[in-house]
Design a protein around this ligand. Sequence first.
Ligand code: CP
Length: 330
Amino acid sequence: MKHYVAVEDHTQKELQELIDLSMQMKQGSKTVSLKGKTLVSMFFNPSTRTKTSFDLAMEQLGGHNICLEPGSSSWGIEMEEGAVMDGDKEEHLKDATKVLCKYGDAIAVRCFPPFMDWEHEKTDPIMKSMVNWSNNPIINMETITHPCQALAMMQTLQEKMGSVKGKKLLLTWAYHPKPLNTAVANSAGVIASMFGMDVTVANPVGYDLDPYYTDIMKKNCEAAGATFEQSHDQDEAAEEADIVYAKSWGSIQQYGAFQKDVHDSNKDWIVDSSLMEKTNDALFSHCLPVRRNMIVSDEVIDSESSLVYEEAENRLHVQKAILAKLMGGV
Ligand code: CP
């Protein structure tokens, strides 16, 4: 494994090995030292969990993390290749990547798409460029996918359910006042399909995920003998669900032209007790941060069925496993 950029770049076996290593490190039965190793983490967007857990992961492994915030505490970065840099950005991504490789042993990046041109942004240009220009491993901390979150979700489900094969995951859109990234949903659906879960994606009309990702989910489910469904009816989709995974995302059809009135007509998409009653006594999870009583009711997120804090904790452990694989020669 040279980089960790998207779950679909890896086999199910490789991902399971990362989860197994993460569980061993969590239980203390395996230790890895990254003494003398440095991670450079670049945050183009805010973070609570990712920033804290990567910092702590490097510290617990005996290494060091340097956190940069381009455009704030470090120079603003131009992403476009061939750009005439007459704007407000002082440094090109190519130069920043090549320099940071001289200092650190791996680079981790969070850079949300700017919601301007999905056809371009869906190619994940920043990840592709950095992988191209870097001599060192690149880790995706959320661009158009969120592979660290997906791995933490899968570890948490395995801890609770044992094998997830044949269990039904409902990935449901939920209302948030702003159009959010599709990254978590893309990666959650793909990893569930890779592990043989029955996957149902439910969202309002006009909010379908990019077919690139739903086609991967469908293909993986078919290969595993599992079902894949897309639904515009949240109540119907919840039937027989074993896990309800909630996330809000922006409409690809409204990309660059957000229609607030259309978006707000979907306020009834919430995970509450009445939805959970339709399921197979399902577990609930979400990547966090979450808007309470908009995406999920207090009653559900604070219930015994909620895995949100366990999943957030597992971000630390899966990232230690990823760092150990990429930098520790494990
Ligand atoms: N889930 C997640 O990535 O959280 P942060 O945005 O706080 O890092």
